[in-house]
Design a protein around this ligand. Structure first.
Ligand SMILES: *Cc1c(COP(=O)(O)O)cnc(C)c1O
Length: 399
């Protein structure tokens, strides 16, 4: 008898009661704007900034409206000017090239490897050929590149690294938290990430000038002293009038629901990894399937699952996708000619000059991606692996 899966791939857990109570308290007092504070009150947004800075070990933190906003603000605050070239991963999500475009800059894509991380040889080639002084490094789907090797290449070439940690909140490389290697780390608190406020973003840095510029950009008017983890007032004297206000603040309602979630983040990360490992065990050594092996130095957090079917044709990939969908399993495929939902890729972004990325194209043509929300049980994960194994196996036989 074939078994079908009935879980919902886009269903999150409810917010913790503590978060709901904190949200209600903000709504009762009515001071939703982050700079609207009563006497002696720090405000939920400022407190979140302090707590996230402490969680990551960063000196400064700025809470903003989205992950994409944080990326664009970090790039501008780090000194990128309109027309500058910015290197980034050829395999990433649309808000990443979007943030580069938002800063008026031009993306140049770097190939990915079949471990789904930036290809460091191609990075070296592109640094030389483009002369770029910025890299927006996307830890796409939670896969961390060898950060020691990457930073060595970038430091040697004077390239500033901005980390896109939308999928690596809670993760680290050799004990150093993701987001703490480059000049700035940017996180998203959008519903499908590791903290959920619907929309939201966080930017961390140790650079006082970058932090001050990001705070001004986010739209702090002249109330920057009310930020929770910003630099000294004197740092703003230099830049406050020359930095435009591009409003993109976080509000107290979102911050209020994020703070209790942050306190529980490490336990949530463990729960995601338990699910990830269950699927991984179920798919390792299956016919036609290659799981992504993870380096020992990578302390990952996986809220989604990726695997490769390197021997299947495009028609077979589509067949697998249909067959698993018929059994209730939603796989995303990055090989389709036009993007569906979240599956856009470098050649979908027509506002960027077309670029030749044969390795990335080959890898994406064989890549499946699946969400793993925490509403799935470990037994659900076993069933997901069984269905995928059976359907890839069946299609593989017809090849
Ligand atoms: C979600 C995401 C972002 C930022 O998304 P927002 O919707 O702007 O918060 C950035 N990079 C990656 C890889 C993402 O998945």
């Amino acid at each position: 008898m074939t078994q079908n899966f009935t879980g919902n791939f886009t269903q999150q857990e409810p917010l913790p009661e503590e978060a709901i109570e904190a949200a209600v308290a903000v709504m009762r007092h009515g001071r939703l704007h982050r700079y609207n504070l009563s006497d002696g009150e720090a405000g939920e947004t400022a407190l979140l900034e302090q707590e996230f800075a402490a969680y990551t070990g960063a000196k400064y933190c700025v809470a903003v409206a989205s992950g994409g906003y944080a990326l664009a603000a970090a790039l501008r605050a780090a000194g990128a000017k309109a027309g500058d070239t910015v290197l980034t991963n050829a395999f990433t999500l649309a808000p990443v090239p979007g943030a580069i475009a938002n800063a008026g800059c031009e993306p140049v894509f770097v190939e990915v490897t079949d471990a789904l991380v930036m290809d460091l040889k191609d990075l070296q080639v592109k640094i030389t050929s483009s002369g770029a002084k910025f890299l927006m490094l996307s830890h796409m789907r939670g896969h961390l590149v060898d950060m020691d090797a990457l930073m060595q290449i970038c430091n040697a070439a004077d390239v500033k690294v901005i980390e896109d940690c939308a999928h690596t909140m809670g993760a680290s490389w050799d004990g150093v938290p993701s987001g703490r290697h480059g000049v700035a780390g940017c996180y998203s608190t959008q519903t499908f990430k590791h903290l959920n406020s619907g929309e939201g973003g966080l930017l961390i840095t140790d650079d006082a000038d970058l932090a001050a510029r990001a705070i001004m950009l986010s739209g702090s008017y002249m109330l920057f002293e009310r930020n929770g983890a910003g630099p000294e007032k004197e740092v703003f004297d230099q830049i406050k009038l020359e930095t435009p206000n591009c409003s993109g603040r976080m509000d107290n309602l979102r911050a209020a629901i994020l703070r209790p979630q942050l306190r529980n983040l490490d336990a949530q990360c463990q729960a995601w990894n338990d699910r990830y490992k269950r699927v991984e065990n179920g798919l390792r050594n299956a016919t036609g399937i290659q799981v992504i092996e993870r380096p020992e130095k990578e302390q990952y957090v996986m809220s989604s699952f990726q695997f490769l079917c390197p021997d299947l044709s495009n028609a077979q990939m589509i067949d697998v996708q249909k067959r698993t969908a018929n059994r209730g399993v939603e796989l995303k495929w990055f090989g389709a000619d036009s993007p569906v939902g979240f599956t856009s890729r470098h050649d979908s972004w027509k506002y960027v000059a077309a670029q030749n990325l044969p390795e990335t194209d080959r890898i994406l043509a064989g890549l499946f991606d699946m969400r793993l929300p925490l509403t799935f049980t470990l037994e659900d994960c076993d069933l997901l692996a069984t269905i995928i194994r059976e359907e890839v196996g069946a299609v593989y036989q017809t090849g």
